[in-house]
Design a protein around this ligand. Structure first.
Ligand code: ARG
Length: 436
């Protein structure tokens, strides 16, 4: 006879299986979300946020020490434009009230202006140079943009149940990126191209048929050089056993090049770095048009869910319907995203994802709520001893057999880092076991 499960055992369900006996455990650094300051937060950032969070949670459940890192796009010419444009189009008051919106507006305006105005372009270059030279006025404006953005994001991440241990960013590695270029040079890995740029030859034959640019002809660094510096710095600081990057599949080549160069530099741990790519989302729109900010998607999910709840005859009276709509709406968003293989593209569909029946997050939450209510109503029965030998009707046996496969499902997700096994585990419960 089995003892009834207590809280702690509930959390460990499936994880104590011998399937996990040989699993290597250690420190896992997961880098995810990583939006760009002043630019649009697109569907790819939403996917990176929820998939990265899933991987971090999974790794933690499996007994790893997990470091959650957000690598902000907080450097580059966009800050030259933003800094130069803020004087003309910016407003401190608006920046305080609605930072992401305002920074984006300024960014759009200044980009438009720079298209035909040479002075503006020059001002942007000047501002960026001041930043690169750490001039205090430029740096303090940049810092303000960054802090305000991080505050705002933290607020939104909380709605998603996501947190980060570290907010790093490209800006942290500009100086180190120059050092990395020097190391490449001293190891004889850096070549100068005909255009005067610094490149690393990645072709097996050494004929430059595949090369990666790490230095511009004006001596400034690039996205990949900052990533090289960031990886080396993270290894030194956190001594991770594995590092996982979560971005859309358009960056696959970037990460292959990154790992390749790290290995060529003698960093054998690059073998334990992994890129988890995912597909594109088509048609993520809200009622007011194309999505620019993450908050808009979350607000729309909540509003649509609230509307559906008010239309349904079976909705019970509740204290805080907004809060319920928020949680169920977000589950719907996540389940829609996790159902298929990560690499597949999918079309965003509000109506389909918010359906009350079928393989949706709404139905998942509904089932969870019903199970919680069952437990609540049978509170006194908790202490009773569970005797599975009494459950010999076919439905009970089917459910038990299904539950016993949970460790295999977890194991699959642990191997390929795909959430679909877990999400579809619930869905694979034989339908007649779920009916009332
Ligand atoms: N900020 C980048 C973007 O929006 C993503 C960063 C991904 N991580 C990295 N280490 N390169 O495209």
């Amino acid at each position: 006879m089995l003892e009834p499960f207590g809280k702690e055992e509930d959390v460990k369900f499936g994880l104590t299986s011998e399937l996990f006996n040989n699993l290597k455990r250690g420190t896992t650094l997961v880098e995810f979300s990583s939006p760009n300051i002043a630019k649009k937060f697109h569907a790819g950032h939403l996917r990176s946020t929820i998939i990265g969070n899933f991987i971090a949670n999974l790794k933690q459940s499996l007994g790893n020490n997990v470091i959650r890192m957000n690598y902000l796009g907080d450097w580059g010419m966009q800050f030259g434009l933003l800094g130069a444009g803020f004087g003309q189009f910016g407003c401190q008051e608006k920046l305080k009230q609605n930072p992401l919106q305002h920074l984006f507006e300024v960014y759009v305006q200044v980009n438009k202006e720079a298209e035909h105005n040479e002075d503006m372009k020059q001002a942007a270059r000047d501002f960026f140079r001041q930043l690169e030279q750490h001039e205090s006025e430029a740096v303090s404006l940049w810092q303000q943009f960054r802090e305000i953005t991080v505050d705002e994001y933290q607020h939104i991440y909380k709605r998603l149940g996501v947190h980060f241990d570290i907010y790093s960013g490209e800006s942290f590695h500009q100086d180190q990126a120059q050092e990395v270029v020097q190391q490449l040079q001293s190891r004889g890995l850096l070549k100068t191209s005909e255009r005067g740029t610094g490149v690393v030859d990645l072709s097996p034959a050494g004929d430059m048929s595949s090369a990666c640019t790490v230095l511009r002809s004006d001596g400034t660094t690039l996205y990949i050089s900052r990533d090289l510096a960031a990886a080396i710095d993270r290894k030194a600081k956190y001594n991770f056993d594995e590092m996982i990057y979560v971005t859309d599949k358009s960056q696959e080549n970037h990460f292959q090049q990154l790992f390749h160069i790290l290995l060529a530099m003698g960093h054998s741990w690059a073998d334990r770095c992994r890129h988890v790519p995912f597909g594109l989302v088509r048609g993520m729109k809200t009622r007011s048009g194309e999505v620019v900010f993450l908050e808009d998607v979350l607000d729309e999910a909540r509003a649509r869910m609230l509307h559906n709840m008010s239309q349904s005859k079976t909705t019970k009276e509740m204290d805080n319907p907004e809060d319920t709509a928020e949680k169920v709406g977000i589950s719907a968003l996540i389940v829609q995203d996790f159902k298929g293989p990560l690499l597949s593209d999918y079309t965003f569909d509000w109506d389909r994802m918010l359906q009350a029946q079928g393989d949706t997050g709404v139905f998942l939450q509904y089932t969870h709520a019903r199970l919680c209510s069952l437990i609540r109503r049978n509170d006194g029965a908790k202490a009773a001893v569970f005797d599975p030998s009494l459950l010999f009707d076919q439905t009970s046996i089917t459910i038990l057999q299904h539950l016993l496969r949970y460790d295999e499902v977890l194991f699959k997700s642990a191997q390929d880092l795909q959430p679909k096994h877990l999400v579809n585990f619930y869905e694979a419960v034989p339908p007649d076991c779920l009916s009332t």
